[in-house]
Design a binder for this molecule. Structure first.
Ligand code: HEC
Length: 711
């Protein structure tokens, strides 16, 4: 009797077609994380493996049958913001975070919703978030799901029901930090950083005990006030590379995305962000390399002690973050087997470093570059052109790549099978112009020290057409050993989704142009494309349940490209967000409901009544701050209200009640009373009225031309 029971239980456990009800949820430990590569059913951490290669050994979906991929299930999300997360799948359950730091759990096979967690982030937090209310993912370990919230909480949820088990506030809520990145698990610790380098913050990364939420170590990426003791000798050394009173601006160097881990080396690697503020002359008239900003740093996984750093962009004043994903791999370079780091940061160079020492092994531009002429072959330091120091020359500099980066947070993927790295490349320049001596930091808002008004998009069809034409995107397959392109797929615009490569010789990518695509991994031939009704920026992932392979991706247009770039935001044609989790399998037959129609209202602003002085003052004030959410030249990318269309342009009182009174603060539009006088706010309204009238004139001209053409 007894043995019969055991035998039938064993049988249950061994039969692949049985649902694994007996397995505890999120039963992930260090051993499983270390062996994640061979655990082909699952996707156990943000980058699938601790070396963050984003390659899946699954090959049931392959070049021969990918054309038969169809929708298996989908889930609508209630948050209409940019969706940047990669799902995690453990033993048949899918966990994913969404905008506003919410977490959802689904049955990975059926799509049945299991639970949902909303940390109820105050919408005012948006004013500290440069780049939308995004979140890029969760971590799982010992039955717990970990999420970092936009307002800085690290929360451990019970994987069975989504109930919080512990919460740790990772920074002073009054500071201007935010969390958008995914936590990672290293030796029973949750590792998390934060963003905020445009808001005068000091970057750091922390490790917390994954069971209790207690801090185990913290590494500051830039030195603090030298009147106080430095936290580590490495920071005393870094202090020598700064000038002026850098600490009064925080310094920046925030750790907002990449973290990877090598168990053999016992090193945690992370990327650091830009120096703060962007305009280096505001920091100091004379300074060194501003360590450890725009760098990769390696620390001891148990203590957080500095081990090595490699700075990719010294003297950063271009927002050239090095936060992009850090891939660890074994490569044979010049006949020698090496454990390396592969990195494609914003600055446009592809780097290979020795993982143990940080030594520069090779580097090459992976896109068009004009801010540097190349890298020193020994040190890997860039030769920066003098014109790039726009704050020193006093002349604007149009840099390729620009502040959005040749590659941003959208994850790349490395296939050990093809030996290629797949990179979502942005070809988008940015005009940097230094603010004048009268520049003062804002209390609430974006602080870069640039004069964005000077380089804002004019109401000129020819200039607009030129800028649009020069702004594109590429799916690049890069051979890291040879440091050259293997193949490229051109896209209409930048800001396409992250990458997944599989053993089925496939590469998957969602696009800004509302498609989800599959290509052959060795040659880049498009094999499959599925219309998803909205831009995709997140990276796909794949998993297997009951012997069947699934491919999942979050759809939902947004992020910094949408909110800040004005007319360029819609280069690929997308101007709306429909947030959904989409899951595909071979022969899937589910269909999406029809997309709601696109409604484009004509501009109908009140007549211009402001004086030239008011309009010009309004432009100067609007450009460096408001435009970061409402779009360059007040042209919205779609997520935020397009102020050229706003009814508030008709009412000085309503406009003031919003911008100074803060009556929409619970919707993410805070009061800017600490920064602007009522007269200045009125100037901004007059500027917006003038902008709307300029664009109405352009609309009328193009409508007249279209009519003429059809006669
Ligand atoms: C951090 C992002 C952010 C910044 C910066 C920002 N806004 Fe907003 N703003 C919003 C959001 C979000 C809304 C929509 C609120 C809602 O849903 O009602 C909004 C709404 C508005 C509205 C109401 C529009 C309408 O028709 O309903 C006005 C006017 C406005 N903002 C003006 C400004 C001005 C002027 C500035 C600069 C001083 C500014 N905003 C800066 C996020 C921002």
């Amino acid at each position: 009797m007894y043995t019969k029971l055991i035998a039938s239980l064993l049988l249950l456990g061994l039969t692949a077609s049985q649902p694994r009800m007996t397995v505890a949820p999120a039963a992930v430990d260090d051993k499983r994380l270390a062996a994640a590569d061979t655990d082909s059913n699952n996707w156990l951490s943000y980058g699938r493996t601790q070396d963050e290669q984003r390659f899946s050994p699954l090959d049931a979906v392959n070049t021969a049958n990918v054309g038969k991929l169809g929708l298996a299930w989908y889930a609508d999300l209630e948050t209409a913001r940019g969706q940047e997360a990669t799902s995690i799948v453990v033993d048949g359950t899918l966990y994913v975070s969404t905008a506003w730091s919410m977490v959802k759990a689904y049955n990975a096979k059926t799509g049945a919703a299991l639970w949902s967690y909303d940390p109820e982030v105050q919408r005012e937090t948006l004013v500290k978030a440069c780049c939308d209310a995004a979140n890029r993912g969760v971590a799982v370990w010992h039955g717990k799901i970990y999420i970092g919230t936009l307002d800085g909480r690290l929360v451990a949820l019970d994987a069975a029901n989504g109930k919080p088990l512990w919460t740790t506030q990772t920074f002073d809520p009054k500071s201007k930090h935010t969390i958008t990145g995914a936590p990672r698990i290293v030796k029973g610790q949750v590792i998390i950083g934060n963003g905020g380098a445009e808001y005068f913050t000091r970057g750091f990364i922390s490790a917390y005990n994954a069971e209790t939420g207690k801090l185990t170590w913290r590494f500051y990426t830039v030195p603090g006030n030298p009147a106080k003791p430095f936290e580590q000798p490495a920071l005393a050394r870094a202090a020598k590379t700064w000038g002026g009173k850098w600490w009064t601006y925080g310094g920046g160097g925030t750790v907002w995305d990449a973290i990877s881990y090598d168990p053999k080396l016992n090193l945690v690697f992370f990327g650091t962000g830009n120096a703060s503020p962007w305009n280096g002359s505001i920091r100091a008239s004379v300074e060194g390399d501003t360590l450890y900003t725009s760098s990769i740093v390696a620390v001891n996984a148990d203590t957080g002690k500095y081990v090595w750093h490699f700075q990719e962009t010294p003297k950063d004043r271009w927002d050239f973050d090095s936060n992009q994903q850090i891939i660890l791999a074994n490569l044979n370079l010049a006949g020698k087997d090496r454990r390396v780091i592969m990195h494609a940061p914003k600055n446009g160079f592809f780097y290979i470093l020795d993982a143990a020492s940080g030594k520069f092994l090779s580097g090459k531009a992976y896109t068009a570059i004009n801010w540097a002429t190349g890298l020193d072959p020994v040190t890997g330091k860039p030769d920066i052109v003098p014109a790039a120091f726009y704050d020193k020359t006093g002349k604007p500099f149009v840099s390729m790549p620009g502040a959005v980066g040749a590659h941003n947070w959208q994850p790349m993927s490395y296939s050990p099978k093809t030996g290629l790295v797949y990179i979502p490349v942005n070809e988008a320049g940015f005009p940097y112009a230094a603010a004048g001596k009268d520049w003062k930091p804002l209390h609430d808002g974006f602080n870069t020290g640039l004069d964005n008004a000077a380089v804002s998009m004019p109401a000129d069809e020819t200039i607009r057409a030129g800028a649009l034409a020069a702004t594109t995107g590429v799916l690049l397959a890069w051979n890291p050993v040879e440091q050259k392109a293997a193949w490229k797929v051109p896209y209409i615009g930048p800001w396409n989704g992250g990458l997944l490569s599989t053993a089925g010789n496939l590469v998957f990518q969602g696009t800004a142009g509302s498609a989800f695509k599959a290509y052959t991994a060795d040659t880049g031939k498009e094999l499959w494309s599925y219309p998803v009704q909205t831009g995709v920026i997140a990276a796909p992932m794949t998993y297997r349940v009951d012997g069947e392979q699934y491919v999942a991706v979050l759809a939902g247009w947004g992020g910094v490209w949408d909110v800040a770039t004005g007319i360029l935001a819609a280069k690929s044609g997308v101007t709306r967000n429909i947030s959904r989790l989409l899951v595909f399998k071979l022969g899937g037959t589910v269909t999406l409901p029809p997309a709601p129609p696109m409604i484009k209202l004509p501009l109908d602003p009140p007549p211009v009544t402001g004086t030239l002085a008011q309009i010009s003052e309004g432009k100067k004030l609007f450009a460096p701050n408001c435009a970061n959410c409402h779009g360059d030249a007040a042209i919205s990318g779609g997520l935020m209200p397009d102020l050229r269309h706003s009814g508030t342009l008709n009412s000085a009182k309503m406009f003031k009640n919003i911008v100074i009174g803060g009556i929409l603060k619970s919707q993410g539009m805070v009061s800017f009373a600490k920064d602007y006088t009522p007269a200045q706010v009125e100037s901004m309204r007059h500027f917006l009225i003038s902008r709307a009238n300029e664009d109405r004139k352009l609309e009328n001209i193009s409508a007249a031309l279209a009519n003429k053409g059809s006669q």
